[in-house]
Design a protein around this ligand. Sequence first.
Ligand code: ADP
Length: 644
Amino acid sequence: MSHDHIHKVLHRHWAYNQFRPLQEDIIRSVLAGRDTLALLPTGGGKSICFQVPAMAQEGICIVITPLIALMKDQVDQLERRRISAAAIFSGMPPKEIDKVLEQAVNGELKFLYCSPERLRNEMFRMRLPKMPVNLLAVDESHCISQWGYDFRPPYLKIAHIRPLMKNNPPVIALTATATPPVVEDIQNKLEFKTHNVFQKSFERKNLTYVVIHEEDKLMRLLRLVTNVPGTGIIYVRNRKKTREIALWLQNKNIPAGYYHAGLDQKIREKRQQEWMEGKIRIIVATNAFGMGIDKPNVRFVAHMDVPDNLEAYFQEAGRGGRDQKQSWAVLMYNKEDLLDAQRYFQWAYPPLETIKKVYDELGNFLKVPVGTGVNAAYDFEISQFVKTCNLHPVIAFNAIKFLEKEGYLILSDAIKNTSRVFISLNRNQLYEFQVRHAYYDPFIKILLRSYPGLFSGYVRINEYEISRRAAITVEKTQDILHKLSHMDVLDYQASSENPQLVFVGQRYHYRDLQISPETYQYRKEAARMRLEAIKDYVTSSTRCRSHILLDYFGEKNAPRCGKCDVCKERNKLNLSQYEFDLVLDRIKPAMLKEKITLQEMIKYADIEDHKKVMSVLSWLLDHNKVIKYGVYYAWNTREHQKEK
Ligand code: ADP
């Protein structure tokens, strides 16, 4: 493929003039037919990496991605660019899935988004060999690894569909968070023909990380928002606090709003929009906020609680400074918060028996008989559920999340589902119907005139718009659509806004749940290690924050940032980084071996200005790196172990 071709595609469909760093290399690798893993930080432009090669070739690209809301966003975005795309996910009526699959087989789609558990579906597996697939894209590919922080078992099935595709298309895996073992795992589990990774450094030069140990976090927050002009995000763990802090800020005349998954969908959208447009300066939110949001000028991201792991922290903090201008990622904590983090971790892994009990109670609550319920979606309010089963909401929620990770259930937040219509009759049959049922004739005419494409697939409609044109009420419009649906003239999928719970397979008897205690332990242990890693990040007073993060994501020997709170402390020494490291490199091995005196230390350091050695030493003493025994100094080996 010529150099020009992919640039033309980029320009024609996206109106961008050039590729971002690595995008072009990744695209070329894919076009050369190679399995490719792309590791780009959030906002790095991952979508382009699979969308451009898919557009540059004949055929359809299948995209696996776990979050229904984001899937819909992407489909919308593509459609706005006049690229045909559709999604299939659990909870969607089989009829509609069938229609989408048919369009995919007929070459009417360029992109088919699938949630991973759909891959097991028979309808999908039968149609897949007939689709002209040019690329299989696996977004959020870290979900395939048990080592990752967001393991989803259905991802393990992705490799199974590779042999079902004709012409053996390559796979591109994408992620913004992967530690080195996860990077390995992704390539193995997706059965890469050869390992092939493109990784953009996760260093964020314009983002300054700061950790503040503080008892009075609110006052400190106020200082932050007064000192740093511009827009920001404040993350807290619980929903109640989002409201309290937002109101508190408003009282201080700072325009703030709050956001969490428990709010009405419409309110959420409105808040998010107001914040995007700068009408609200600060949004106080739980981690439900931010995914898929692409606001360039966020000047600070503050965390008022300790997040569960560095992966989540890096993603959330990384929403600051997308425009490359100086921004702040501030984490405030006190002792109590560290204990809280520990508590949350315990809650996240309720005993296995509890998890099974919750599964059983769910079936009873939703009245799903054992052996039925395959892929059925139920409106589900967790607050109602916990009332009936007498469980702590946090425990119930985490048990459901665990069952979700085991592939038994899917719990989606309230997602906005626009209403959709597909006309199941052909043109002649419809005409005959109109003749026989004159009453519906004007309505059908308006429908056909307003929405092209109703015969070939599900089309999004707006009942309000139709009612205006037909000069009837919205209720009447819905009523007619339901009636036509019952008469099998069309299929009407009315919009829904409730959170949904889906049984991915049938409802099992709880004795038949296959959750092995080993898997459970293994997952819990991996989560505990991630918690330890973030605790180390928070409590370290000697390692550059950026350095810790980069190291965690596998970038060894990354430079110190020189700007975080730790580096700032060190800068006060009036020593260059180079001098500091030089002295340290010379005296540390000696002190690790035995106790030495100051005179000996100066000899080892071997630099002219002895004061510099004293500065390094006093810094090491202040930070508990070195211990003094009378006139002797020795490395604090306990700290040394921790560093390792
Ligand atoms: P990610 O999935 O890595 O977080 P996205 O694919 O959503 O990132 O891209 C982030 C933003 O960058 C989007 O608004 C996208 O349109 C934009 N973008 C991506 N590539 C380019 C490019 N080559 N030139 C200009 N903008 C781009």
